[in-house]
Design a protein around this ligand. Sequence first.
Ligand code: HEC
Length: 273
Amino acid sequence: MRRVALTEKELQSLPDNLALAVDGQTYPAKWNPEKPPRPFLPGDLLKPDGPWVSVRNRLRSDDLVVPIHSEATPGRSAFFLLLNLPGGRQATLAYLKKLESLPPNTEVPQIPDGTQVALLRRMLLIDETATLRLTPVTESLQIRSYREIREQDLSEFTLHRKEFLAGLAEGLELTAADESNRFDLGFLGFELHRKPDPFDRRFEARRSPVIMKTCIDCHAGPGIFGFQSMFAGHHDHPPLGEGSPEDQVTSTIERARETYTWGLLQGLWESQP
Ligand code: HEC
């Protein structure tokens, strides 16, 4: 581990594959709500004053906004949930404020048509001092764009390691409409993700679901009611509020440091000169 660990500076200078992909201009930078749906790749997801607002779970002491994803990848990745209402950053901030000030048991205000939500996953690595750090490497980007409350455009880009390591472009690829059989996050604990039963006649379908068709299994609810981060354990209070990418990184690293596997890793690290 010590032999291959990079310095903090080296980690920070790993390629920002998302920025490279955006610069490559293979895809437009903005969503076009006209049909048919076309993939796009935004370059301003983490821009501090840009249209995408970073969201946190304000009812959790650690702020983690997608805890199921975080649990599934402890210390390996940081996740950022970015919300973008039509009307720009101010409109998104105003909507989050409205959620925060909602009295208990009142109806949750719906997001307007044209709202977009993104889930960005970035790689964490340990540096030469055995400290976990955020790297510029994007592992995946999933976006749901609501043409209407009941009609979403879905897209996903993922890191293809072989291409990335070979130095070929950015290694970030669009998941094709018919692509199947990729279980990198396991099943996130959902029924759909349970180990397939070979005697089940749906075995084949379960073993290799078409990725872009599974999104709707977990995000079918209309508009805000299809947000998984919204209702996990908080049915009375919408937990979402304005956050920052830094909060998510700090909490992810703190939580990882409390895990058994991190303890094991420390032990190994210290026992090797
Ligand atoms: C097995 C269920 C499952 C599938 C399939 C799934 N997701 Fe999710 N998704 C989740 C969960 C659970 C969360 C957030 C809660 C957490 O991680 O704690 C989430 C969060 C998100 C978010 C952040 C907004 C939100 O809903 O909270 C986006 C964007 C997203 N997913 C897009 C997608 C896309 C695009 C696909 C298909 C390529 C997809 N998801 C497939 C379960 C799923």
